[in-house]
Design a protein around this ligand. Structure first.
Ligand code: ATP
Ligand code: MG
Length: 448
């Protein structure tokens, strides 16, 4: 039996002492029964939001009118926000995404019936126990995602449910029940009605799930509506001595092996996307993929722009994809050069190491030493950081002013001279000191 947090007990108590009925519902009940880490608590009640609000006010609890149009009030108990929603029956779904109108109900069963999957349609109360009108508990035990009612109708109402299902596959390690899956595939084009922001949020959740590999491979027929790029990866053979998987399968392994952060998981998803387009077979009959990283970068850029990903995420993903196959040696010089290419960001460098490690481990066993190289690179990075050495223009002991002082006209030569100086410093040909660098600049300019 799930032990409810004190904040939830308080909220249920306040509502029930006020003469209403209240239950814990949604992902909280599901995750508690699965023994998964708990996050937001959702409460359903027959109280209207105004009635709930005045009861909470009388009990000294703060509220926020976060979604009162559809009956949702946020109440803060014990410092935690809880969502309290009036029992609802959703009206017809004119746009295939939102109900035209919601009407409130006095029946918890009706409220549970509007929910998407049986495992999300469970209600729990500390005295009355579990309410399970749709067999959610059995599905939870079997690891099955089944819509409440006819999946075709439920996806027709709100196509987001299709993607939520794929996300739950990844987060819970469940499988979509046969009819539910068949409906998801045949109705995937309804996803065109879902906003790109919501699609990206679901894909973020899917990519960061513990079972992302199974979700990518198992749901590719649906996901390829949102990410058509996946279709070309699937079954694309990598006829090289280095690979044992096709591009999609290799990709799925890499996604699951990198730490669960959106930038890394998106980078893992996209890193080899350019291979099908970049591939050619050499005279030796072996496949080559020269330049595939650059093609992958363009595909990743297209996806992230289409999905309106935030700029910072986009930049990190593109840098990781662009550099994932660059050769970096476990020497200070090579590591500093890569750091410079990554804008001097050590965190990004560590992400690149994680990607390289996962990439190597998802290839043929002969590539395993390259995974150890990634560990090696991080050790060298620590040394380089501890030594406080220069690997970006900003850290260089000279700047544009020093170049101009040598009689150079403002223009591209200034930047070129500084880059040459940075190369000299990272190569340890010149110390990072103003005097020595000015001499280097003078000599470099004389040679131009
Ligand atoms: P999590 O919070 O872990 O992502 P969740 O199942 O709690 O998962 P929420 O978006 O928090 O998802 O929604 C809470 C509950 O509301 C769900 O468990 C489900 O019962 C219901 N729900 C959410 N979105 C939909 C939807 N699009 N269609 C039908 N019911 C939904
Ligand atoms: Mg939730």
């Amino acid at each position: 039996e799930a032990a409810l947090p004190p904040s939830a007990l308080t909220v249920l108590e306040v509502l029930e002492e006020g003469g209403f009925e209240a239950w814990c519902v949604g992902g909280f009940v599901r995750d508690a029964l699965l023994g998964r880490p708990l996050h937001d608590v959702d409460v359903a009640t027959d109280a209207r939001w105004q009635e709930a609000q005045s009861l909470f006010a009388a009990a000294g609890l703060r509220t926020h009118e976060t979604g009162v149009a559809h009956g949702t009030l946020t109440v803060v108990a014990g410092g935690e926000p809880l969502e309290v929603t009036t029992y609802r029956v959703d009206g017809p779904y004119g746009d295939g995404r939102h109900p035209d109108a919601v009407s409130f109900s006095t029946s918890i069963e009706e409220d549970l019936a509007r929910r998407d999957y049986t495992v999300n349609a469970l209600a729990y109360h500390p005295q009355r126990g579990l309410l399970d009108p749709f067999g959610g508990l059995a599905d939870l035990g079997a690891g099955v995602l089944r819509t409440v009612g006819d999946p075709r109708k439920r996806f027709e109402e709100d196509a987001l449910r299709i993607l939520r299902g794929c996300r739950f596959v990844s987060q819970l390690g469940f499988v979509l029940e046969e009819e539910t899956w068949a409906a998801a595939v045949s109705q995937k084009s309804l996803l065109a009605r879902v906003s790109v922001e919501r699609i990206r949020a679901e894909l973020d959740g899917l990519l960061c799930g513990a079972h992302a590999r199974e979700a990518l491979l198992g749901c590719v027929d649906v996901l390829s509506f949102a990410l058509p790029e996946l279709a070309a990866m699937r079954g694309f053979p990598q006829a090289t001595p280095y690979h044992i998987y096709d591009v999609l399968e290799h990709t799925a392994w890499v996604v699951q092996r990198v730490p669960a952060e959106p930038a890394l998981r998106w980078a893992a998803l996209c890193h080899d996307m350019g291979k099908p387009a970049a591939a050619f077979t050499g005279p030796d009959g072996v496949g080559h993929f020269y330049g595939h990283a650059a093609v992958s970068v363009e595909l990743a850029r297209g996806i992230l722009e289409r999905l309106k990903a935030p700029g910072a995420l986009r930049e990190e993903v593109l840098a990781l994809v662009r550099r994932h196959d660059d050769v970096v040696e476990a020497t200070p010089r090579s590591v500093k050069r890569m750091l410079g290419r990554l804008g001097g960001d050590p965190a990004l460098f560590r992400m690149l190491c994680a990607l390289k490690r996962a990439d190597a481990l998802a290839q043929a066993p002969r590539c395993a030493p390259r995974a150890e190289l990634a560990d090696e690179l991080e050790r060298v990075l620590d040394e380089v950081l501890a030594a406080d050495e220069a690997f970006t223009l900003a850290q260089l002991a000279v700047g544009g002013r020093d170049v101009l002082a040598l009689g150079v006209e403002p223009g591209p030569t200034v930047g070129a001279a500084l880059h040459a100086a940075l190369d000299a410093v990272t190569d340890e040909r010149v110390p990072n000191e103003a005097e020595a660098l000015r001499a280097f600049l003078a000599a470099w300019l004389a040679g131009q």
